[in-house]
Design a protein around this ligand. Sequence first.
Ligand code: PHE
Length: 360
Amino acid sequence: MTDIEQLEASILDDIHAAADEAALESVRVATLGKQGSVSALLKTLGAMSPDERRTRGAAINALKDRVGLAIADRKAVLKDAALDARLARETVDITLPVRPGPLAEGRIHPVSQVIDEITAIFTDMGFSVAEGPDIETDHYNFTALNFPPDHPAREMHDTFFLKPKQDGSRLLLRTHTSPVQVRTMEREKPPIRIIAPGRTYRCDSDATHTPMFHQVEGLVIDETTHFGHLKWVLEEFLKAFFEVDEVKTRFRPSFFPFTEPSMEVDVGCKRSGSEIRIGEGDDWLEILGCGMVHPNVIRSAGLDPDRYQGFAFGMGIDRIAMLKYGMPDLRAFFDADVRWLRHYGFRPLDLPSLYGGLTS
Ligand code: PHE
């Protein structure tokens, strides 16, 4: 065997032994690279006689070509093998059942759902949504709403007060959404038509009361707004919300410092056992407070009560959610128990709308 044949045999062995592209690349460098064995042979040509160089030169160049081809062949084989291995590794079994994603598993809390429903109904009637802070001043929660200083109603609200400041004033957690009435009248010029859903706080806890609960406030201020408008708006709302054709309402005289006259509204219902049906029967269920906004409130918000008047109402959101969807205990609303949420929650993409159906 000539030295060239010997070298070729050993290089071909190395090429076939290369198990991956990296190993093959090392063989290429060790043979055809600048310092490689084939390149070293080529360098010997310089010292040869012209005759010798012709025959040796042709033989070495032919070796170089064969080695180059063998490497290219091996490379193609390794590439295919690598692709096959990767395809085998990454196979997906499309017969496996799809794992439920967040959209299938997640649920909208009934309070959020009911707020969306209320918003859909009132925005359809031309109301917009207003907001106010949960942490309020005594002024917005009480004084501007015509609660006299030391009036017992301030105590009736079971207010959570924050620590008094240096000047003796203390912030509080709003006990109702009515402060948003004042904030809105200060900010906007009539005509005003807003609802203000949000969190409210009172120091109270049993099956139908939690220290944090939700209310929605309604406020309409214009020059000729009257009690008839209030009654129509509330009845339209109740029919749409409870998804019934007719509701009976009963307006009972009541007292709130910020409305005059003040009313509590009962809705006609039928009770059988623990079930309550709205829109039928001869029983009554109290669901909200309302009245014509007191001139003092309009004045303290910076509007002229001789020119502007209107109505306001306030309703417990959790309570009407319980009524509509039949949850027996309010406290469970805030237990963050996923089993409860799975049972009573709503699918995220079923947004309530009047045309698509509130609760389809
Ligand atoms: N803010 C009152 C409450 O929490 C409800 C109410 C609002 C009554 C607006 C009249 C007008 O009990």
